[in-house]
Design a protein around this ligand. Sequence first.
Ligand code: CS2
Length: 509
Amino acid sequence: MNEAQTVTTGGTTTGSTPRLSTATLDRLPPAVKRPGYDRAAVTPGIVHLGLGAFCRAHLGVYTEAVLESGAKDWGIVGVDMLSPAIRTALKPQDCLYTVLNRIDGTDRLQVIGSFLDMLATGDQLAEVLALMIDPKIRIVTLTVTEKGYCQDPATGTLDESHPAIVADLANPTVPRSVPGLLTEAIRLRRAAGVTPFTVLVCDNLAQNGIKVRRIVTRFADLRDADLGRFIADTIAFPCTMVDRITPATQDAERAAVAAGLGLEDQWPVVTEPFRQWVIEDRFATGRPAWELDGAIMVDDVHPFEMMKLRCLNGAHSTLAYLSVVAGIETIADAMADPYLPSVVRRLWDEDLIATLPPVPGTDVPAYTVELEGRFRNPEIRHRTLQISSDGSQKLGPRLLEAAQERIAAGFRPSVIPLTVAAWMRFLLEVDENGTAYAVADPMADRLTGIARAHGGSATDLADALFAVTEIFPPELVADAGFRASVIGHLQSLKDHGVHATLAAFLGGR
Ligand code: CS2
């Protein structure tokens, strides 16, 4: 069941278990952590765009600690931009939700109160914009995924032909896209004489603040050059590195949370114990003291973000494409496979670690050992199919840029061509057991169309996909060795399957 299907409409529930809400908080068992501060006295200081599981396991938790410390002006209002599903599920709970950590079989539950309200742009756009120009709001945070920024993934610039961008440029006061919404809010705020907010991007993009500043400035520029200049000159877009593995919530976890709370929570989040947040400390109008809960405030996020994006997310994508094709359901299952852990070890040791700048206070090889442990965590059922989504947006920053750097430095990437071949094989939409799955990607129609037309031949398929310049930089696919390596792996994946390919790959070192 996907997340949207599990929500009851109108917040009513048919079960006999009472619902989590302000009124029922005092019924929670003592072991469940809950807000110890007076929520009614907290005012919003942050608008958060993109109300998925991740921000509730990350931003919501760090901010909870700030509110617990006595701060009263940093509550969050969450805005659902895709569908109103999470708002609809959580509003009847007064926006309270549970974070479930399962450690060695024991459930630890915390009810989070830092989200004071939730809105959805679909039917509350005017309220969202009104809130975004309120002087109390000093930060707009975002987790809208890579594709949410309407970028050309190969260049990290605004995709000016993106349908949402075309629509927002035609009708800029009723924006639907993220660049359109930010631009309109900044314009209205400026017109009202309100000090600009800071835009804090919390998505897995390399140099996320710099990239999104470029995208939003370009969008504004296309609307009005003066507005573009205003954004470039006055709005701060600090960079961040965010990390916490947080899969989509399953029904079994809802049931475990209900059992632990003695109350029904329609949309809890289940997450790992680990979390990390590195933030460039550049806020125009103040910020919560997130460091109280372990956030690392720095001048330069880049080394941290490169390490995380390449080592964690790059390994995730490698495991995901090989696993979906092999019919392996979760990352923990992949880490119990006889071959896959050795593949990611080689990815780190042979392709990625050498591309990273020194990371302050961090032993990168030790970081990858810790990653192995996080990936093996059997309590986190992180679906490989979930991670396989949006490959067109993810491959570049996670792996292709590293491959280019290795080639430029005179080395042959070892595992990255195998990942690319696995992604190409994945586009055929059926695994080795004959089970069909859907490719979720903003470019899915085009990519699966290419796979259907050319799937008969590894060379033709790879050639047709290498020609997609939104994904593959021309300099990378001009490298004959890289092309040959991808085609060789793809041929083997098609002819012999994942396990035989990995056995040969690992045996042939
Ligand atoms: C994952 C990330 O779905 C994916 O692509 O690689 O969501 C990953 O779990 C997070 O970035 C971990 O911080």
